[in-house]
Design a protein around this ligand. Sequence first.
Ligand code: TYM
Length: 337
Amino acid sequence: MSDSAKRPIIFSGIQPSGELTLGHIAGALRNWVALQRDYECYFCIVDMHAITVRQVPANLRRWTLDCAAMYLATGIQPEQATIFVQSHVPAHAELAWVLSTLTGFGEASRMTQFKEKSEQHAHNINVGLFTYPILMAADILLYQADLVPVGEDQKQHVELTRDLAQRFNNIYSPTFAVPEPYIPRYGARLMSLQDPHKKMSKSDPNRNATIFLVDDNDAIQRKIQRAVTDSGTTIEYDPENRPGISNLIEIYHLATDEPIEAIVERCREWTYSQFKAAVAEALVAYVEPVRTRFQQIRSDEASLASLLLSGAERAARVAQRTLRKVYRKIGFWSPKD
Ligand code: TYM
């Protein structure tokens, strides 16, 4: 057995439904990078989740490659991690079907993201949007993941995944690892720059609300300068009562790695505009090299294609092993058993 086979396992993914944002780095990518050396990692581009909202096909194709390039640009090492596209591994859809037969209707109805998304997409509340967390559970369970590094908004889905794994293990016999969510202390829910009560999102119609990783330096400066802050005057970290300035403090922490307490200590008496200037400068320095690497990597589609092809082959082997076990346990007859 190779060394990597003994390491605990991580699974996580991002939807290729738009340009990636600073929120994706804060809640997901930077933690994937930090953990990748100690875990066997599967980082997926979840295109099947993306179609729960109507997509323009050409955009979906483009964003799928963008997403792979951004994984690499933020520091994911293809030697450490398996990077692949969800729809290239049919076992995801197959296990999702099995798990859907173990999920209660009421249980699925309680998912808060479904409730939010059905409000946002009231004209297209499709069944896929409803069963979306079950597909996510299938993603995670196929790889026997121990840890799932995600932002705060995905926590409830990982809890459902744990419940489904335990349920299956109890009904049949131990089959799935029961995964833990990994939610970072800071940056688990980066907020909109225009409304600090809302999550920063790639689909926010107001482009000023979101830092995109492909934003140029001027756009980053401008968005931070225009960020909505609170009525206070001091630089204090209090997400409950001072969400605007607290969000900027988290962004500063993300960009510089300076501890939150140290930032507050050092900058407490600064004016908002002084602090915003410092955040903008630090963020430009943080995003610029990511953007440059992204542009280089993205321009070589042949290399990306070969990476995703070999990633899918590796992932499919692992996923197929779990799926075969599941099919055998539930009683699907196969001439190979
Ligand atoms: P998605 O594509 O919405 O977001 C990908 C990851 O980025 C995190 N994130 C944020 N974190 C902090 N602040 C923000 N503003 C912010 N915006 C996004 C998300 O929490 C997430 O970790 N259902 C998932 C994708 C998925 C998945 C999986 C994740 C499908 N299967 C299996 C983990 C394991 C989603 O829609 O994430």
